[in-house]
Design a binder for this molecule. Sequence first.
Ligand SMILES: Nc1ncnc2c1ncn2[C@@H]1O[C@H](COP(=O)(O)OP(=O)(O)OP(=O)(O)O)[C@@H](O)[C@H]1O
Ligand SMILES: [Mg+2]
Length: 345
Amino acid sequence: MGSIKLKNIKKSFGKDVIIPDLNLTIDDGSFTVLVGPSGCGKSTTLRMIAGLETPTSGNIYIDDKDVVETPPGKRGIAMVFQNYALYPTMTVRKNIEFGLVNKKVPKSERDKTIGEISEIVGLEKYLDRKPSSLSGGQRQRVALARAMVKKPKVFLMDEPLSNLDAKLRAQMRVELIQLHKKLGTTFVYVTHDQVEAMSMGDNIVLMNKGVIMQRSTPKEMYHNPQNVFTSQFIGTPPMNVFDGVLTNDYKIGFRPEKIEFFPQDKDEMFLIKGRVITKEQLGSEVIYSIDTKYGMVMVKKADDIEEENIILGIKYKNIFMFDEQSQRTVLSDKIKKELANMYHK
Ligand SMILES: Nc1ncnc2c1ncn2[C@@H]1O[C@H](COP(=O)(O)OP(=O)(O)OP(=O)(O)O)[C@@H](O)[C@H]1O
Ligand SMILES: [Mg+2]
């Protein structure tokens, strides 16, 4: 078991309110990712769950038990950090074993646990090495193994892959997803990288300035963003969002990958005249920046076109509309008509 509940959590440092009022339930056995820009309060939230930081007010429950007064070592959690903090003079085996020796677990049982866990994380061959002779990914696995021997109810991970190069990071992501499946333990994973969040979590919590902007599956985050912040945080390049396209105070948004060059079904589309300013070749895709009367529009397409002056078409179903408070709202037929008329203005 390992469910977590944060109830009316407030956290201030001095006069700065970092988290005004956070309410969050994390299901037992889920893989939940906390994502958001730098400084939004992800690590602080994780550290409060771990007991390394005390909330200014509010309650934290692990399996329905209020743990605010419970010291970190008694919460049944294990935390893996960005800098793995391994003991450099100890072998991999000793690093993994350390917590068990402290807990006075007998030698035979220790050996059995280390055998099992080093196999799960693929470290059997490296048990007698020192951390300095391991690659970044292998060190990360030692840190994981060291957390795993504690048999925690909850794994908390704070940007554990950010010291690794892009290729290894991609590999370790897959390994962590598999590890989660194997263990069935609750994982709470913090990252500022939306791609990492989208590829790993079954459940994403997007934060901004200590407030949850949206909580949903990765698919929902992308297809159904509930506000401008979410629409622009998820997806690369970010969604194009414009003020002042319409006569009223709405904002209009559309994704770079949903824009068509040389549009066909013109009746079903919002059309914009534009001029190609730059092209970025990414191999399988090209990113265009296109000057329009509304401002610069980013387009992502597989086709590499040579034309400079073009017409962009965006199907109405691919247009998002947001109200003055930047919350999602419906694109009515009246608005569609207004958009259709814009092309000739
Ligand atoms: N011990 C502290 N004393 C004062 N302010 C702090 C302390 N710890 C964090 N903060 C502030 O709280 C805010 C949230 O910090 P936090 O580390 O939780 O952000 P984060 O979302 O993890 O960011 P990053 O992606 O950069 O790691 C920041 O403005 C930070 O400066
Ligand atoms: Mg952080």
